[in-house]
Design a protein around this ligand. Sequence first.
Ligand SMILES: Cc1ncc(COP(=O)(O)O)c(C=O)c1O
Length: 523
Amino acid sequence: MPLTLAIHPITEIRFAERFLLDGTVVFVDIDELRRLVLEDSAIASVDFQIARPGESCRAGPVFDIVEPRAKSPGGSPDWPGILGAPETAGHGTTHVLEGAAVTVLREQSPGESRGATGYVLEMSGEAGDVYVTDMRLLHSPGPTRIPDEVVNAMARQPTDLADARLPLLIGACESGMKALLQTERAEVFFYAANGHGGWEAVIANLVAPGAAVLVPGTGHFSDGWAEQVEAYGGVAVRTPYREGFPIDPAAVEAALRDDTAHRIGAVFVVHTDTASSTTCDLVALRAAIDAARHPALFVVDVVASLAAAPFAMDALGIDVVIGASQKGLMVHPGLAFVAADERALAFARANPTPRFYWDWQRRQSPLSYRKFCGTPPLAHLAGLEAALALIAHEGLDEVHARHARLARAVQAAVTSWSEGGALRLFTQVPAARAVSVTAIEVAPGIDPEAVRTVARERFQVAVAGGLGPLAGRVFRIGHMGDVNEAMVLGCLAGVEAALHVEGVACGRNGVDAAIAALVEAAR
Ligand SMILES: Cc1ncc(COP(=O)(O)O)c(C=O)c1O
């Protein structure tokens, strides 16, 4: 009889997967394990081992039994020994392995559990029955799913740095990014970094110690960026953040009008706050800066909106844009970019603060080694080139339209679920609801992490949790990058099923509502 084993946490899954090659592994029945553990009070931990048939077992993760059995006499619906420590349980996942052996260890003396074999469950089981985690729908708002074209491009062998193909690759990334940003006047700088690296690049170039920037409040990510400014000795002037609402242009205008001495050098705006799924109105913010007659640079973080929401750097009068590879750009995490116009470059040149790696001036060079302040991140550039080609092939307008359509489907589903009274769309202003991610607020008493865990473990749909002050209050569905109708419907079905498993009061028609929105869009 094939048996099933639940393995936690996810890092250990990855460890286990190293041995999943050739379909060699098996399954342990969790009920069988539970029965053994409940019956035998000497068992202190469960050691999970995998071996190819005929090979000796290799050590796998060890799961401590974290709650005394006395608390669950006769068996608990939950088996804490498998679930691991509570803080890791949220990252847990269920995995089915074929061809493995599982060892339940007896504790022989206090503290000694490894190597004391009590039960060995030798599994047989047919090969080819392995759950592949790639089949899980990834609906986190970054990292997002990566198209095969990008995966393949990133798997290419590196070239040497004198290879004539390298400047072509870099040139394609630069011109593709400019087309995507819709700028002819900005220069693009790439960094082997994540989004925080992009923030750091902007701060290092534009914010001298003691200099001020205005960071309008839009939630978790404006807070993070402001903190980073302060860590560099800058002064972050914040506007108030109202939960569920976008940046208030009037507050921005007022803060700039108050700054009669023009101490504020730049306005740092997060276009889409990924934590709250709220998008601000960049046209209104540009107008607010102009209405205040303030010379501050307009700097925009498009990490969670680029290649999803319409954006045009030059037309919007934006001086600096920062972004990262792992969201709408559909590339592995690890590549950040900054685009800066001449006004911003001049501002940076006048900033005497020491800097090196991030320095725009140093990177303004035709030499690829200088452009990247060292060896270029070749795999990421190859991935970006492929991703930009996919976006260009689909057409930017169509990419934006697809994101808007899919976002409406997700919002329709959540609106339908909300009828049960336990959930609601976090962003209160419909026009400010992001096209790339949707935060769903749950009523007090509902654990969004439990919903996430069930969605991932039982229904193979990975969604995100709440960040910062929204932790435990929301879960988030990402719908940006390489997504289509079928993926979104699959995701919504998995989430709806998880909500029902968790007993959350919600209607059963969320997926129907999403289909109706998509049908409407198809007419
Ligand atoms: C809007 C926004 N800005 C910045 C960041 C920081 O990016 P990273 O996590 O790659 O450092 C994120 C991350 O999700 C983000 O969503």
